[in-house]
Write a protein that binds this ligand. Structure first.
Ligand code: NM2
Length: 542
């Protein structure tokens, strides 16, 4: 156990924050629940608009960068081709950014909007149905993917253009903060990133587990209990901890590939065996609704909410703000992967690719899975909304899948898919967490370190699960994400500052693709960043 390699201030800082939040919740569950709920209401009520502004600003910023000089910069050397072809690039991008939650929300999100639509629309009306088909896609659409893309900009830039291997978020803001990132400020930034990711993971595990439990219950007839859910959570944790510990790279890669094919199979099955025409038409229609109302949806904060004569829905707080926060906490982590796979592309290709392909992938899930459920509802074959009110979301999701022909088989595939999705998301998160708290990464982050973070990742959600309720889980991302709003701003600034300086000094300023040539990689093999290590990992896997 080589403890010299650990960056102790970041490690302990993250740990203090983690236990500082979880231990009081374990010992004082009732008071804890109250505090968590209040924190949630306080954050979303007072600062919700900040998340909304952030989403829109990031979206506008990326579109601007994509079509500016900065977007023409090539991530790599002159003549270098993109390292991965566009299809594998898009598939990897999707696998890194999306986990089991898409199975959850793509099937059920519409049902919430059907009953509790936005904009003061009456529940279950035709208008509500229209919104219900569009809002899920909006929450998993271009703004969401823009949030994911932003951190990739400085990380990819410093890695491929300035040729400095950067893993830590604190390193990516060095152009703005200078030497201060070597002190406590840098540690705080990294700790906040860890805290955010723990929050995001909390939301993911907390939503995924009850759904998997319902799947198992539907297959075996066993009753869903808290104990069963805890066992599932531990099972998923153990799968990824085991892979983390034994370095089962092949195993995890095989799992991700299986996942991709299972997902394609389920989508294809529901599309062709289900109401193909209804799904196609409704999905197409909902894209129109979003295009027509994009800015209205992106800015709706219900300002007259509790003034007299208006009935407050709390829709923006419960949905859009929650989602932007959730995408935000995963963003630095996904940014690292996007950066890693984008060698040889221009900044513009990276930005537009992420936003377009990411959105298309989510449209497929929401369009196919969501509209299948809606079809069941509208044709009276299955009252998903009634079932949701009575039995809750996880049971309803599985019951919707149960309406398909060969139901048992499809529920089985769906449940397996959810388990693998959870395990692979956590495998990569624990890898990144372990790497961030190390000074150097030689080969792989230390085993015990990876294992440690693998389990740390599930402590928070386990606690939150026993506290109960979606509300408590949603807060995990919202609270965890708040400080990251400011870090995102620093990341954008840092990218602009560095790239503008380099563009000014470059000689192919007028060319359609700009190659920045002034930076050479310092070949100090000893200090390897996790990014390089990931690269090797990939090479070995191939
Ligand atoms: N996002 C995409 O749980 C997961 O699927 C991980 C969730 C941020 C909503 C990402």
């Amino acid at each position: 156990m080589n403890i010299k390699l650990i960056d102790w201030s970041t490690f302990i800082g993250a740990l203090i924050l983690l236990f500082g939040v979880t231990i009081p919740l374990i010992f004082f569950p009732e008071a804890g629940k109250e505090v968590v709920n209040q924190a949630n209401t306080f954050m979303t009520g007072n600062f919700g608009v900040m998340y909304m502004i952030m989403g829109l600003l990031i979206f506008a910023f990326l579109i601007y960068v994509a079509f500016s000089k900065n977007g023409q910069i090539k991530l790599g050397d002159e003549g270098e081709e993109p390292e991965f072809n566009t299809i594998s690039w898009a598939a990897m991008l999707f696998a890194a950014g999306i986990g089991s939650s898409i199975l959850y929300w793509s099937v059920i999100e519409w049902a919430y909007y059907y009953e509790g639509p936005p904009f003061g629309v009456e529940g279950s009306s035709i208008e509500a149905i229209q919104w219900s088909t569009a809002y899920g896609i909006f929450h998993w659409g271009p703004i969401a993917w823009a949030i994911y893309t932003l951190p990739a900009l400085p990380i990819a830039y410093f890695y491929y253009v300035r040729k400095k291997p950067v893993l830590k978020v604190s390193e990516a803001v060095r152009p703005v903060l200078g030497k201060t990132v070597d002190g406590p400020i840098g540690t705080i930034i990294d700790v906040l990133f860890i805290f955010g990711l723990l929050g995001g993971a909390g939301t993911t595990l907390g939503l995924g587990t009850p759904m998997i439990a319902e799947g198992i219950s539907s297959l075996t007839g066993m009753e869903v209990t808290l104990g069963m859910q805890a066992a599932i959570m531990l099972l998923c944790t153990t799968i990824f901890a085991f892979s983390a510990y034994s370095g089962l790279r092949r195993g995890i890669k095989v799992l991700s590939d299986i996942n991709l094919w299972l997902a394609i199979f389920i989508l294809g099955y529901v599309f062709f065996v289900g109401p193909t025409r209804f799904i196609s038409e409704t999905t197409f229609n909902s894209i129109g609704i979003i295009l027509d109302n994009f800015f209205k949806m992106a800015t709706w904060v219900e300002p007259f909410g509790n003034l007299s004569g208006f009935e407050e829905t709390l829709f923006p707080e419960s949905w859009t703000v929650f989602y932007w926060a959730w995408w935000l906490v995963y963003a630095p982590f996904v940014g690292l992967f996007v950066a890693r796979i984008s060698r040889g592309r221009t900044i513009r290709q990276m930005i537009l690719g992420t936003m377009i392909y990411g959105t298309i992938g989510c449209i497929l899930f929401f369009g196919i899975m969501g509209n299948f459920g809606l079809y069941m509802q509208l044709t009276g074959q299955f009252d998903a909304v009634g079932f949701l009110n009575e039995y809750g979301a996880p049971a309803t999701i599985i019951e919707i899948i149960n309406q398909l022909p060969l139901a048992k088989f499809i529920v089985l595939i769906f449940t397996i898919l959810a388990i693998i999705f959870l395990a692979t998301t956590f495998d990569s998160s624990s890898y990144i967490l372990a790497a961030v708290v190390q000074k150097e990464v030689e080969g792989e982050p230390l085993r015990w370190n990876r294992l440690f973070w693998a389990f740390a990742l599930s402590i928070m959600p386990l606690t939150l699960m026993f506290l109960g309720g979606l509300g408590a889980l949603q807060t995990a991302s919202i609270v965890g994400g708040f400080p990251l709003i400011f870090i995102m701003f620093l990341l954008a600034w840092s990218f602009m500052k560095a790239s503008n300086t380099d563009i000014r000094a470059s000689d192919d300023y007028e060319a359609p693709t700009i190659h920045i040539k002034r930076w050479k990689r310092k070949d100090k093999k000893k200090r390897r960043s996790a990014l390089e290590v990931l690269e090797d990992r990939k090479d070995e896997d191939d």
